[in-house]
Design a protein around this ligand. Sequence first.
Ligand code: KIV
Length: 275
Amino acid sequence: MYKHLQERYAPRPPVNIATLAKMKSEGEKITAITAYDASFATLVDDAGVDVVLVGDSLGMVIQGHDTTVPVTLNDIIYHCRAVARGLYRPFLMADMPFMTYASKEQALDNAVRLMQDGGAKMVKLEGGAGQVEIVEFLARHDIAVCAHLGLKPQSVHKVGGFRVQGREEAAAEQMMRDAKALQGAGADIVLLECIPAKLGAEITLALEVPVIGIGAGVQTDGQILVLYDILDVTAGRKPKFSKNFMAGNAGPLEAVKAYAQAVKSGTYPGPEHCF
Ligand code: KIV
């Protein structure tokens, strides 16, 4: 059956940008997770997750690199296509990899490829004040954009490691200004990674668009985690903010359901996951 016919009978219609805005206004937490293939896409859909990200974290958890820097646009498109085939309800977001949005024209060409070839409904880019013009250009061309602030893994070599961001007052104030400027430029979602919980709460309160956090405290409008961290298959040291949801659950589906329920009820993240 064609997807649009299925949609007419679905008890829960597919999530779109308006659904997410409504969730923010009604105080319902948004659950988001990464996925990289069709099988896990179907599983996280069955678990009731609202947003799925084909993240450039695939460079680390799938390809085995130390950073996300080597990931290419074609890598994301390949995985996004597979994920899109497995998804029905969640809103599908795809990462724009390192150096695929260095100019607004390049960003537009590559965002169009992620949507037309990959099946993404929204693109995510890492950016601050320097990316306002690019976000504005994409928004002007009716492309849904998520702006990623805080720890920006594509900048790891410039910053000198994966560190908590926004601890100092000046940096926190700059992040608040950036978040407002990106919203003003047309960003539909702001994602905050690895920042103090207090700053996560303040930015969430200050913005009208939904704010999704990863290591940004419990008061953001939603949470996102890397699927393989939840399932405890990521090798090596785990980030402080992540949680192994396989513990006490029978399998991956139950683990992702437990994650989604914990986010919806506000029991994840706990104080031990926050900065
Ligand atoms: O690439 C990714 O998976 C991400 C999340 C960690 C937010 O950007």
